[in-house]
Write a protein that binds this ligand. Structure first.
Ligand SMILES: [Zn+2]
Length: 483
């Protein structure tokens, strides 16, 4: 069942701006710059990202016009330096970069797994950017071990040409607004997607969105920055409830193609059906996507500048909302180092990670979050790692046993509560708790990588908040979209 009942609410948003949104003087030049270069619509490049651990190729699929450009018309270049990759749009007439964004990808994770050493794989990806008025060169760059981006693919597009699909996006699902604070061009537009909700579960989806958006906007820095966000939801009914869970032999054709067991990790939820997702998401203006899974089983994932997935009915859904959105919105790294992941060498040894919240501390005198570090906190910062690791090792063993036994969600949740009860007070009692330093153990490496605070929602499920460095990274990304 597909309806477009709620669409007019969104279309109304795209109407001329009320006087309250008049551009301040310093922004007028930027807006003029935008209008001189871009049409105001969204152009999407769809492509296949193909390779092995040793080589990487890109093949263009198609160019697609979506709706009005929902992103900033002032912050055209990405100066955060976040992302494993960088996408650049160059004006062909002047060879000047007119738009850029950092991002990460499923391919970028996959190439670090054992499977990538054995054979090829192909992933469908998209880049959405403001449609240029004239011919443009589109460049994909990848970060090298020295931290610098290097071009590995380039193509050209003539937006006026016949290779750009300008057919209207087919209406599907229902878009509704949770709250709107201004025009999409001046706000962070967050869109929740319903994954695995049957037609009769529309109200449940709405309640799940309200509950988890509520958690997000009770957490800093989203709490203070709430007026900079618009939050909407897309309900696209599924044939049945839930998503595929291959380890239990459960198979569902969910609207966006999400499934547990991505990269053969039980609780990792991704979708590889990128085009299906993009065509549906194009119903509403969006800068960031949060996919709610109609699932009780703990699981999710988040990839920078792509989307996050969250099992809405899990006991840990509030934690996952903040943690996974930290990955997908601000490119935050996992600060934990002992959980089961498929990656073998996620960050090459001796190189500084690009993620804001992890450092290799190659120069201990100059930590990259130095502005938040007080001289009285030693670098690296001592903490009771041995005692923590002992507790964590026991937990990981119990967790594996539960997985092997295909234990109930209740049993897993009880274990998670037990761990929280033990490690929460342990970390809170640390001498340098709440101080920014460099605590060894981060991003899947017990040695050689450091996190900014002893505990953070990117490290454990204990706190409900980000550490100071993670909060600042989120703020920097908000600034790319909101004025
Ligand atoms: Zn953190």
């Amino acid at each position: 069942m597909r309806t477009t009942r709620a669409l007019p609410a969104v279309l109304a948003l795209l109407a001329p701006l009320p006087a309250a949104y008049a551009l301040p003087a310093q922004d007028r030049a930027g807006a003029t710059g935008f209008d001189a270069l871009f049409t105001g619509r969204t152009l999407r490049l769809d492509y296949h990202h193909v390779g092995t651990a040793g080589e990487e190729h890109v093949g263009v699929d198609r160019f697609r016009i979506e709706g009005e450009w929902p992103g900033s018309r002032v912050r055209l270049l990405d100066e955060t330096n976040y992302g494993k990759y960088l996408f650049c749009v160059l004006d062909a007439a002047t060879n000047r970069t007119i738009w850029s964004r950092g991002f990460a990808s499923i391919y970028g994770e996959w190439e670090t797994t054992a499977a990538a050493k054995k054979g090829w794989a192909s992933f469908h990806e998209s880049q959405r950017f403001p449609e240029p008025k004239g011919p443009a060169q589109l460049v994909l760059k990848k970060r090298g071990e020295d931290g610098a981006f290097r071009e590995f693919f380039s193509t050209t597009v003539d937006p006026k040409g016949r290779f750009v699909d300008r057919s209207p996006v087919s209406p599907r699902g229902e878009v509704s607004a949770l709250f709107e604070n201004g025009p999409p061009a001046r706000k962070v537009d967050l869109l929740f997607l319903a994954e695995g909700y049957a037609a009769g579960e529309r109200e449940k989806f709405r309640r799940d969105v309200e509950r988890l958006a509520g958690v997000l906007f009770e957490t800093e820095p989203y709490k203070s920055r709430r007026p900079d966000f618009n939050v909407r939801a897309l309900f696209l009914p599924a044939a049945g409830s839930g998503i595929s869970n291959p380890r239990k032999g459960v198979w569902r054709d969910a609207p966006f193609g999400c499934s547990f067991n991505a990269f053969d990790v039980d609780r990792y939820v991704l979708t590889f059906a990128n085009e299906r997702l993009r065509e549906a998401a194009a119903q509403a203006p969006y800068d960031a996507l949060l996919i709610l899974l109609n699932e009780r089983k703990y699981g999710g994932g988040g990839i920078f500048n792509l989307w996050a997935t969250i099992a809405a009915d899990s006991q840990e859904a509030p934690y996952m909302t903040v943690h996974e959105f930290g990955h997908s919105f601000a490119g935050l790294a996992d600060e934990y180092y002992s959980s089961q992941v498929a990656y073998e060498e996620f960050n090459p040894k001796g190189t500084e990670p690009w993620e804001a919240n992890v450092t290799a501390l190659l120069d201990p005198k100059r930590v990259k979050w130095g502005e938040d570090h007080e001289a009285s906190t030693p670098l690296p910062t001592p903490w009771e790692k041995g005692a923590y690791d002992k507790v964590d090792l026991e937990y990981q063993a119990k967790r594996r046993r539960l997985l092997d036994e295909q234990a109930s969600e209740e049993a897993s949740e009880a274990l998670m509560r037990e761990v929280k009860g033990t490690t929460g007070p342990m970390l809170a009692a640390e001498r340098y708790a709440g101080k920014v330093g460099a605590f060894e153990g981060a991003m899947y490496e017990p040695k050689g990588l450091y996190r900014p605070e002893v505990d953070c929602i990117m490290f454990t499920r204990n706190p409900s908040a980000y550490c100071r460095v993670c909060r600042k990274a989120v703020e920097r990304v908000i600034a790319l979209y909101a004025e």
